[in-house]
Structures are given as C-alpha cells and as structure tokens.
Design a protein around this ligand. Structure first.
Ligand SMILES: C[S@@+](CC[C@H](N)C(=O)[O-])C[C@H]1O[C@@H](n2cnc3c(N)ncnc32)[C@H](O)[C@@H]1O
Length: 241
C-alpha cells in the first residue's frame, strides 16, 4: 500500500519509510507484544500515563505511533475516544484486531504520523506517544511536536516517552558498549541487535535537545524523568499561546 507521501513536498522527510527496525514487517509486528511483554507491563504503564495526564472519561486522546495498541486499548477503556495513529499498516491491522476482540468501538485508527496525521475533530484533550519520536531527525521532531501542539487543545496534555540520551556524551563508547553487553546477558538478548540498530540508524537525541524542542513547540514541561541514561518520560502542558 502506498504511503500517501505524494501529496507532500518532495523535500519533506518521509516518515513512512522505516529508519531502523521495520515495523511494517508483519513478522516483527506479530512478535512485538510477546517480546515487549518480557520487560513491559502495559496495564501498569497505561494506568500511570492516565494518572499523570489526569485523563477523565469525557476526554479524547491521540496515541501517536500506537503500535500494537499497548496504550490505545487501555486508554479507550478509560476515555471517551482514542485516535490511534501509526505510519505502519501492519501495526494498525494488528491493533484493530485487538480492539475488535476486546469489544472496543471508541478507537479510531488512522494511518499517518507526527508529520502527516490530520486531526479532523475537535482538538484533543491529550496526546500520548511512547517510543516513537526517535524515528524523526531533530529538525523533523520539532515540526512533529509543533503539529502535536496544534492537535491538542490549549491547556491539554502530552505524555512523551522515548529513548533520550542523558549520559555524558564524552563516554558514549563505553556507555553504548555497556548497554549492548547488558542486553546480551539479559532475558531479552534479541534486543541487543535491535539496540545496535537503534544507536546506528535511528534518531535518539540528547535530553537538553529534547527539552528545547518541547518548549519551542509550545509545551511547558511539568515533569521530566530520566532513567538509565537512555530513557525519558515527559509530562507536558500545551501552552495557551
Ligand atoms: C517502538 S514502536 C512503539 C509502539 C507503541 N507506542 C508502544 O508503546 O509499544 C514505534 C512505533 O512508531 C511508529 N512510527 C514510526 N515513525 C512514526 C512517525 N513518524 N509517526 C507516528 N508513528 C511512527 C512505528 O510504526 C511503530 O509502530
């Protein structure tokens, strides 16, 4: 299926082309939940996101880069409507089946991404995006976050989780070697190769860059939590102007 990029300027970054791990690959998508289930608890993480954003039952939420539906399915049980958006048709197909099986009819699925999704509805109360923004180079991250700010109503919230580097840049070799070695000895050794692909080809950036991007896009950062030198969770509010 085409990406629909034909309607955008030819200089625009094509977010439909995977930059590292291929989430358009149905085998990768089919194995995603069982792989991620080894180190993630979707129920607990989603409850934490709902709590941090203060989501109410009348709220609408965009899950940008919804993947298999880890948050979207749980958000839909709590909120009025979830707009589940992803560039990968394979991910959307998988998540749709999960939603059908769970009997959830308040999730709208859309193929698109930070740079292309058109929110044809009232501005949303919140956006959630987990492990997605590193697919865009920094310039395009800002464009994507500006578009996110336009989708969320003034005073609305953003929860952004991603691989963001907060370790001292001077020690990058020992830091990355150590991370890859750790995965080799962990319950998920297959993630060692995925991590190498991530470091080599995807666009994770520095904590100070990410904070600047969020502010310049029009978000106030209410909370920034950095862990293990490579993970970040931001809770933000969309500024009024
Ligand atoms: C690591 S997965 C995370 C999926 C899900 N959010 C989760 O928590 O498991 C990254 C997802 O982002 C999607 N993606 C990649 N680039 C994107 C973009 N520019 N906009 C929206 N989604 C994107 C991929 O197709 C994939 O489903």
């Amino acid at each position: 299926m085409g990406s629909g990029m034909g309607k955008y300027p030819t200089w625009q970054f094509d977010e439909f082309v995977p930059c590292g791990v291929d989430y358009g690959d149905r085998a990768v998508v089919g194995a995603y939940d069982s792989n991620h289930g080894k180190f993630r608890d979707y129920d607990r993480a989603s409850a934490e996101i709902i709590g941090k954003l203060g989501l109410r039952e009348q709220d609408t939420v965009v899950d940008m880069g919804c993947g298999t539906g880890g948050f979207a399915l749980r958000g839909a049980r709590h909120c009025k409507r979830v707009y589940a958006v992803d560039v990968s048709e394979a991910m959307l197909d998988y998540a749709r089946v999960q939603a059908d099986q769970a009997g959830l009819s308040n999730i709208e699925f859309h193929r698109g991404g930070f740079l292309t999704y058109e929110h044809v509805a009232e501005p949303a109360d919140a956006m959630v995006s987990v492990a997605v923004l590193h697919h865009l180079p920094d310039f395009w991250k800002l464009i994507g976050l500006r578009r996110a700010a336009a989708v969320v109503k003034p005073g609305g919230r953003l929860y952004l989780f991603d691989v963001v580097f907060s370790f001292p840049a001077a020690s990058y070799e020992s830091f990355f070697d150590g991370m890859v070695r750790w995965f080799h000895g962990s319950p998920t050794p297959e993630f060692a190769a995925e991590l190498e692909t991530h470091i080599r080809q995807e666009y994770s950036t520095f904590d100070w860059v990410m904070e600047g991007l969020l502010r310049r896009a029009g978000f106030r950062i209410d909370e920034a939590v950095y862990s293990d030198g490579a993970m970040a969770a931001y809770v933000c509010t969309r500024e009024a102007t």
